[in-house]
Design a protein around this ligand. Structure first.
Ligand code: NAD
Length: 512
C-alpha cells in the first residue's frame, strides 16, 4: 500500500502553511517576552507525514528554565490578588481567540503531530472548551464560614492558589493537554512554566501567544520548549518556590518526576499511561460496539491515553464483531492529514512506527491472526496500516502493554467474571469502555472495574466538564470538571474568636 495516490491537499495550502509557520513564535516566552535561548541553541520540528523539518525553535537551557521560574515566582503574588472576574475574562477572551484562529491551530497540529485535519479541528473544539469551562469556574471557587460545633470559634475556610506550577505536556494532544492545565491554573490564580513536548511544541507556542493577546499579564505563563526535558524540569523542580508539578505523559517519566517532587514536597498531578479495555458483552448492540471501538481505538491513530488498547469480546458475538469491525477498518484512508479524505495520519516519529511493528510481530509470533493490515506503509513519513488482530493470546505485548498505534487486538471471554478479571489485569487504570444493552450489568461493571473513566455504550467520553484521570499506575489527580481547579488550590482555615465574646454555657468544648 502506498500513500501517493491520495487526493491532494486543497489549492493554496502551501502558502497558507508557510504563513502560519512564519507567524508561530519560535522563541522562549519568559516574563512576557519571546526571546532566544541563553546559549543560542535551537532544535528542529519535523512533519511526521513527510519527514521534513518545518520549524526551528529556541531550545531552553537550565539558565532559561531558571529565568522562567523567576518570572513565575515574581508574578505570583499580584496574580493571586487579581480579581477572579479578571482572570475569568482573560480565559473567556482566549476561548474567543481560539474560535477565531480555529483552523490555524488545527493545521499546526496536523503539521507537527500528523493527525488528520478534521480530527485536529475536533481537538481545537475540545481543547478550547477548557478555556471556557474554567473561565466559568474561576468565579465559583467557593469557601465556607461556619461556627465550630462547640460554639467557641468561627471557622473561615477558603481556597487559595497553590503557587507557581510546572506544567509538562505530551505530544499526542498538543492543544488540549496544554489548555487542560493552563486554564485551571489561570482560573485558580497560579503562575506557571509550561514545557511542551519536543516533538510538538508549535501548537503550544501559538496558544501561548493567544493567552498574551487575551490579556494575560507578563510572567503568569512562561513557555520553555527544549530539546532536553531534564534541562528544564530539574532546575525548576529543585527551586523551593515551585509548589506544584502537573505532568501528562508516560508512566516511567511520571514516576521519575514523583521522585523528584519529594524533595520539596510538591503537589503533583499525574496523568499517565493507559491500557484501556473495551468490553463487548453478548447482549451488546454490535453496531454500536463497532462504532465505539472505531472511535476509541482509531482516534488519533491510536495514540491516545484513552485508547481502547484491548478489545475484549464475548465468544458468542466475536465473529460478528470482528467481521463488522474489519469492514470499517478496511475503509479507512491512510495519508498526510492535510489531504482531503484522509482518516488515518502517520505515527508521530519513526520510533513510534517501529514500536507498533514490534507489537504486531510479537502477537503474530504467539499465534495471533491478522484480519486487516499488519504492515507499515511506504513513506516518506511514518505510516502504519490500521490493523485488526484476532485470537490474540493474553500474554502478547499488544495485550499487556500500551500499544499507542492503530492496532486492535481482539481477545475473547466466556462470562462476566472473566471479562472483569481480564479488564482489571493491568497495572493501569485510566479509560475503559463497556458495551451492553443491560444497564444493570453496565452499572455493575462500573462498580467492579478499576478504571478512573468508563464509557457505557459510547467510545468517546472526554469532556471539559468531567473529571478526567486514572487510578493505579495511570496517575493521581483529576483534570477538568469542578475537580480540575481544586488541583491548583490549597485550603486555608482561619479560626476566629467568637464574636459574642464569652464561651457558650455548659456542654461547650474546651479550646485545644
Ligand atoms: P513522555 O513521558 O515521553 O513525555 C511527556 C512529556 O514529558 C514531554 O514533554 C517530554 O518532553 C517530557 N519528559 C520526558 N522525559 C522527561 C524528564 N526526564 N523530565 C521531565 N520531563 C520529561 O510521554 P509522551 O510520549 O509525550 O506521551 C505519551 C504518553 O502519555 C503515553 O503513555 C500516554 O498514555 C500518556 N498520556 C496520558 C494522558 C492522560 O491524561 N493520562 C494524556 C495523554 C497522554
Amino acid at each position: 500500500m502506498s500513500i501517493t495516490d491520495k487526493a491532494p491537499a486543497a489549492p493554496g495550502i502551501k502558502d497558507r502553511i508557510a504563513d502560519l509557520l512564519a507567524k508561530t513564535p519560535k522563541g522562549l516566552l519568559i516574563d512576557g517576552r519571546w526571546r532566544d535561548a541563553s546559549d543560542g541553541a535551537t532544535f528542529d520540528v519535523e512533519n511526521p507525514a513527510t519527514g521534513e523539518v518545518i520549524a526551528t525553535l529556541a531550545s531552553a537551557t537550565r539558565e532559561d528554565a531558571q529565568a522562567a521560574m523567576n518570572a513565575a515566582a515574581t508574578a505570583q503574588e499580584s496574580w493571586a490578588r487579581t480579581p477572579a472576574r479578571e482572570r475569568s475574562e482573560i480565559l473567556r477572551a482566549a476561548f474567543d481567540l481560539v474560535q477565531e484562529r480555529y483552523d490555524d491551530l488545527a493545521l499546526l497540529m496536523t503539521l507537527e503531530m500528523g493527525k488528520p485535519f478534521a480530527e485536529a479541528q475536533g481537538e481545537v473544539k475540545y481543547g478550547g472548551e477548557f478555556l471556557r469551562w474554567f473561565s466559568e469556574e474561576a468565579v465559583r471557587d467557593y469557601g465556607r464560614y461556619t461556627e465550630s460545633p462547640e460554639g467557641t470559634l468561627r471557622m473561615l475556610v477558603s481556597r487559595k492558589p497553590v503557587g507557581p506550577c510546572l506544567l509538562i505536556t505530551p505530544w499526542n494532544f498538543p492543544l488540549a493537554m496544554a489548555t487542560r492545565k493552563v486554564a485551571p491554573a489561570v482560573a485558580a490564580g497560579c503562575t506557571m512554566v509550561l514545557k511542551p513536548a519536543r516533538l510538538t511544541p508549535l501548537t503550544s507556542q501559538y496558544f501561548a501567544q493567544i493567552m498574551i493577546d487575551a490579556g494575560l499579564p507578563a510572567g503568569v505563563l512562561n513557555v520553555v520548549s527544549s530539546a532536553s526535558a531534564a534541562a528544564v524540569s530539574e532546575p525548576i523542580m529543585a527551586d523551593p518556590r515551585l509548589r506544584k508539578v502537573s505532568f501528562t505523559g508516560s508512566t516511567p517519566v511520571g514516576k521519575q518526576l514523583m521522585k523528584l517532587a519529594t524533595d520539596n514536597v510538591l503537589r503533583t498531578s499525574m496523568e499517565l499511561g493507559g491500557n484501556g479495555p473495551l468490553l463487548v458483552f453478548e447482549d451488546a448492540d454490535i453496531d454500536k460496539a463497532v462504532a465505539g471501538a472505531m472511535a476509541a481505538k482509531m482516534r488519533n491513530m491510536g495514540e491516545a491515553c484513552t485508547a481502547a488498547n484491548r478489545l475484549l469480546v464475548h465468544e458468542s458475538v466475536a465473529e460478528e464483531f470482528v467481521t463488522k469491525l474489519a469492514e470499517k477498518m478496511s475503509a479507512l484512508t491512510v495519508g498526510n492529514g492535510v489531504d482531503e479524505g484522509v482518516t488515518v495520519g502517520p505515527l508521530v516519529e519513526a520510533k513510534a512506527r517501529d514500536s507498533v511493528e514490534e507489537f504486531v510481530a510479537d502477537a503474530v509470533s504467539r499465534g495471533a491472526e491478522v484480519v486487516v493490515g499488519g504492515a507499515r506503509v511506504d513513506g516518506p513519513g511514518y505510516f502504519y496500516q490500521p490493523t485488526l488482530l484476532r485470537n490474540v493470546p493474553r500474554d502478547a505485548r499488544a495485550v499487556t502493554e500500551e500499544i499507542f498505534g492503530p492496532v486492535a487486538p481482539v481477545v475473547t471471554f466466556k462470562d462476566e467474571d472473566e471479562a472483569v478479571e481480564l479488564a482489571n489485569s493491568t497495572e493501569y487504570g485510566l479509560a475503559s469502555y463497556v458495551f451492553t444493552e443491560n444497564i444493570s450489568r453496565g452499572l455493575r461493571i462500573g462498580d467492579r472495574i478499576e478504571f478512573g473513566l468508563m464509557g457505557l455504550n459510547v467510545g468517546v467520553i472526554s469532556n471539559a466538564a468531567a473529571p478526567f484521570g486514572g487510578v493505579k499506575q495511570s496517575g493521581l489527580g483529576r483534570e477538568g470538571g469542578a475537580e480540575g481547579i481544586a488541583e491548583y488550590t490549597t485550603t486555608q482555615y482561619i479560626g476566629i474568636e467568637n464574636p459574642w465574646g464569652a464561651l457558650p454555657p455548659s456542654g461547650s468544648g474546651t479550646p485545644a
